[in-house]
Design a protein around this ligand. Structure first.
Ligand code: BGC
Length: 256
């Protein structure tokens, strides 16, 4: 006879219900939120407030509370954070505040909102919303910082931080993040982007590259069909996929 386990009953109950995921994107300039249905389709409008200054954990979580108060009921939460996350804890905060380093974002939000929470790198979440799940796929996000994530057949290889990798005379992010855009101007920034795309093709041999993030609206380059610009909304739409990929370096809700 098949053994019936409590976790089996729990997961069947969960899959029978229309799960609502609250998707959160923490950015260097804006905090964004919307609710998604079980298939990852938007159920609400995307709400945004500016990232508080200074963006300390306390002030930023208070900003998230403000947005959350405007959202309908939800069952679980997915968060895209602009830095390295391991087991729900923040390890880097290049474009936020140093007080984030070591902050247990996942458990803090879980306690605050009393719902299961998963936290991952923002570019990784954005990529989940864009990829096809076939072959080697990469996303590069162009916003305040430069995000990057790599997938093979839909599974994330967590922890890639290409933005801080040395390139030319500085790092990729120095040239292609907001500081680089301001320093070099749109025309030169586009030339640098073309070079960077060619460099990543030679380094990672991706089958498909996605470019995301707010500053893609300034891209004037023409690419081959296996390089596509994706909508900024994907930053949040990937929130449901984050709960599907068990290769995530995240504790699964309900597991000790
Ligand atoms: C961070 C990345 C992040 C990117 C975009 C970079 O500075 O190191 O982890 O994905 O900015 O927010």
């Amino acid at each position: 006879m098949k053994r019936v386990t409590l976790s089996g009953i729990f997961s069947r109950m969960m899959s029978a219900q229309p799960l609502v995921t609250l998707a959160v994107d923490i950015g260097g300039t804006g905090l964004k939120m919307l609710c998604l249905d079980a298939e990852g389709k938007a159920l609400t409008e995307r709400l945004r407030v500016p990232t508080p200054d200074p963006p300390t954990p306390g002030r930023l979580l208070a900003g998230l509370d403000t947005l959350r108060a405007k959202m309908p009921a939800f069952d679980r939460v997915s968060v895209g954070y602009p830095g390295v996350i391991k087991r729900g804890v923040v390890l880097t905060a290049a474009n936020l505040n140093p007080r984030w380093i070591g902050f247990p974002l996942q458990s803090a939000l879980q306690k605050r909102w009393k719902k299961p929470v998963r936290v991952a790198n923002d570019a990784a979440v954005q990529g989940y919303g864009a990829i096809s799940g076939r072959g080697v796929e990469m996303i590069i996000t162009l916003g305040t910082g430069m995000g990057s994530a790599l997938y093979t057949d839909g599974r994330l290889c967590p922890g890639l931080e290409l933005g801080h990798h040395p390139w030319l005379k500085k790092t990729y992010e120095d040239y292609l993040g907001l500081r680089g855009l301001k320093k070099y101007g749109k025309k030169k920034w586009n030339k640098l982007l073309r070079k960077a795309v060619a460099q990543t093709a030679a380094t990672f041999n991706w089958d498909h590259l996605y470019l995301g993030g707010g500053n893609t609206k300034l891209v004037t380059l023409q690419f081959r069909p296996n390089v596509t610009i994706v909508s900024n909304l994907d930053g949040l739409l990937g929130g449901v996929a984050l709960w599907r990929d068990e290769s995530q370096d995240q504790p699964v809700a309900g597991r000790p």
